[in-house]
Write a protein that binds this ligand. Structure first.
Ligand code: PLI
Length: 459
């Protein structure tokens, strides 16, 4: 393990991508044309892109070299076998089905395991994960601890499961109605908050007692392992790789968006320990993604993923990754800006409820704040509040989550400390004129995952 205490980057820069600066006049014009939805902006109009950490990371020279070794055979590509080995060695799951990205894996596992009327408990929803559960006929139930819904709670493991909530669901519906419990490591919608190993062990014990599977959303598992190492007694001297493996060993299968932790621009997989479920997934993948040895990916993409998985569990890498996010978060805390605490692993989440208390939630405070941030300095963030939560599929009513957030998501290995300063200064400027900011109304609402394409107008 490293004796370094600074989070300074364990890499140097070999190539740069030039950014375009825009004027406030242009930004006002283009955000209006984009329906005040940052997803609808052209990326060339963005200075610092904090929309997501998904597929936006910088690959290493080793990954790029791997891209040149793509074996683009339709079947049995050498890169598939390299990926299979990397997944087995790092995560320990027995069987691998590659998919084009995380939601491809969610689609497969939901279609295979969920029957109409089933209940899927999870430690907070994620947008695509819950939608696939619902499209398969299931209903999601939130079993995360209450502290996760409180932006101000300093609980060190806000991703933890409330075991009483889980037990009560099992008692009420019966284990036969629960095909699996969905456990995310580093809970995205809670602000990048980890689950503790101790809590995961208890979830394992309870689910094993009832014969219920745990399907692991392992999209940011290495980041979760870092928090366990730093915060949970007994883990200080364990490597990230070992902690990651210990987490995976407590679960029965996993969906992975490799576009996050695993440092690739595209790719994902479904990993399983049960042969029968794997056999079905291997068959179904040919319908929706591609043959089971490429799952919608090019050989070169699988090679980059195989390498990225190994880089993701390096101590110096993860220390710098989370360290950079913490640097930005600390600057905002020092300036008195309300953010979700503790600071998460993949981004800093602004608490729009406390920043814009005069805007009611049905006038989309987080959506509004994200648009204002863009206008200020060309920084693109993402709404994670009432727009992302969508409507209840049964009642059709808007879901009003307690957390109404703007996510400043930090891509891995992309921006510098000076960029973090620019971001902090822009947030402070917007914060200082917050009382003048007015809410918005939604003027176009798509059926699925509305946050991607909805349009708004100022009231
Ligand atoms: O975007 P996909 O289909 O590769 O992965 C879906 C997905 C699943 N689980 C979790 C926890 C995610 O964060 C996730 C995707 N997240 C995106 C795109 C994000 O911006 O956070």
């Amino acid at each position: 393990m490293s004796s370094r205490s600074s989070w300074a980057e364990p890499y140097k820069i070999k190539m740069v991508e030039l950014l375009k600066m825009t004027t406030p006049q242009r930004r006002k014009k283009v955000i209006k044309e984009a329906g005040f939805n940052t997803f609808l902006l052209k990326s060339e109009d963005v200075y610092i892109d904090l929309l997501t950490d998904s597929g936006t990371s910088a690959m290493s020279d080793v990954q790029w070299a791997g891209m040149m070794r793509g074996d683009e055979a339709y079947a049995g590509s050498r890169n598939y076998y390299n990926l299979e080995k990397s997944v087995k060695d790092t995560y320990g799951y027995k069987y691998l089905v590659p998919t084009h990205q995380g939601r491809g894996a969610e689609h497969l596992i939901s279609s295979i395991l969920i029957k109409k009327g089933d209940i899927i408990p999870g430690n907070m929803y994620f947008t695509t994960t819950r939608l696939h559960q619902e499209l398969a006929g299931g209903q999601f139930r939130d079993i995360i601890i209450d502290e996760a819904h409180d932006a101000e709670s300093l609980h060190p493991f806000k991703g933890n499961v409330d075991l009483a909530k889980l037990e009560s669901l099992i008692n009420h519906h019966g284990a036969a109605k629960i095909p699996y419990v969905c456990i995310a490591t580093t809970v995205n919608m809670a602000g990048g908050q980890p689950i503790s190993m101790d809590n995961l062990r208890q979830v394992r014990e309870l689910t094993s007692k009832h014969g219920i599977r745990i399907i692991h959303d392992m999209t940011r598992v290495a980041e979760n392992a870092y928090f366990i190492q730093q915060r949970e007694p007994g883990f200080k001297r364990k490597s990230i790789a070992r902690i990651v493996r210990e987490i995976c060993d407590l679960t029965d299968g996993a969906t992975m968006s490799a576009k996050k932790d695993a440092l690739v621009n595209i790719g994902g997989f479904l990993a399983l320990n049960e042969w029968e479920v794997f056999e079905e997934a291997r068959n179904l993948v040919v319908v929706y993604e591609g043959l089971h040895t490429y799952g919608g990916l090019a050989g070169r993409d699988m090679e980059a993923m195989a390498i990225g998985i190994k880089e993701s569990v390096d101590q110096n890498h993860i220390h710098a990754r989370v360290g950079q996010v913490e640097y930005l978060g600390q600057r905002l805390i020092e300036a008195g800006i309300p953010i979700v605490q503790p600071i998460g692993s993949h981004g800093v989440f602004l608490d729009a409820r406390r920043i814009l208390p005069h805007i009611p939630q049905d006038q989309f405070p987080a959506q509004t704040l994200a648009a204002q941030l863009y206008i200020d300095a060309g920084i693109r963030a993402m709404e994670r509040g009432v727009v992302s939560a969508g409507r209840d599929p049964i009642t059709g009513e808007n879901r009003f989550p307690k957390l109404e957030l703007v996510r400043l998501t930090i891509p891995r290995r992309v921006y510098t400390q000076a960029h973090m300063d620019v971001i902090a200064e822009s947030v402070m400027r917007v914060y200082n004129r917050r009382s003048k900011i007015k809410g918005m109304q939604m003027v176009y609402e798509p059926t699925y995952l509305r946050f991607f394409q909805a349009r708004f107008e100022p009231i």
